[in-house]
Design a protein around this ligand. Structure first.
Ligand code: HEC
Length: 195
């Protein structure tokens, strides 16, 4: 008999539970009651959202004066042919031809990145060109020697026609160093009597 009462009690509790759940009809789209949520939910603004906390209503703050940038500064040139000309007028190779370390590094970069198309001596006969890629003009030819260093930097940075951009593979400094090496190739081939 005792067991019957106990089972009836359990059944009553179960029914009460179901009734309660249905009566409270929980909204599953909302989080449950959180005990001590601490900093889980904070008021926040998206980077480009308007923000009433600041006078200019911008969420993004300007860096404090004296902040040192990480990585290279913007170049200030776009990939356009006009900017290639402007680069030729405005940019100067920071490395000098009497800098053997820069020249040696330029040679390494040339061997890694330029030889495939331009060839060991810049004649445009690299393995890729020999297998059908449109061969470039010789780097010590009349066209290339007339290209100022800055414009050459622009070509290596942004590419030109079939010449790919090397901005992501070769650092800015190394792009200047490889140009130093290209100039030394030119000198050797155009004026072999000089060293
Ligand atoms: C995938 C092949 C390829 C690679 C690799 C390549 N170039 Fe070129 N390059 C070309 C082609 C093709 C041209 C001709 C572009 C044109 O028609 O304007 C060219 C043009 C140039 C020019 C302009 C000179 C001229 O006579 O037109 C320079 C300078 C130059 N490349 C330098 C480099 C340097 C430095 C590297 C290595 C960092 C390099 N290139 C890697 C294909 C390549």
């Amino acid at each position: 008999m005792k067991r019957v009462w106990r089972n009836l009690l359990l059944l009553a509790v179960l029914v009460a539970e179901i009734v309660l759940i249905l009566a409270l009809s929980p909204d599953y789209t909302r989080p449950n009651l959180e005990f001590l949520p601490d900093m889980a939910h904070q008021p926040r603004f998206n980077a480009f959202a308007a923000n009433p906390s600041f006078a200019n209503h911008a969420t993004l703050r300007a860096p404090v004066p004296g902040t040192l940038p990480r990585g290279p500064l913007p170049l200030g040139f776009s990939a356009s042919p006009e900017d290639a000309i402007r680069a030729g007028q405005e940019l100067v190779n920071p490395f000098r031809e009497d800098d053997p370390k820069a020249l040696a590094r330029g040679k390494v970069i040339y061997g890694r990145f330029c030889v495939p198309c331009h060839g060991e001596t810049g004649k445009g006969d690299g393995p890729v060109a020999r297998r059908g890629y449109p061969p470039p003009l010789p780097l010590s030819g009349d066209v290339a020697v007339e290209i100022p260093d800055g414009q050459m930097f622009h070509i290596v940075t942004f590419g030109r026609v079939m010449m790919p951009s090397y901005a992501t593979q070769i650092s800015r400094e190394d792009r200047w160093r490889v140009i130093l090496f290209v100039r030394s190739l030119e000198r050797k081939q155009r004026r072999p009597e000089e060293k």
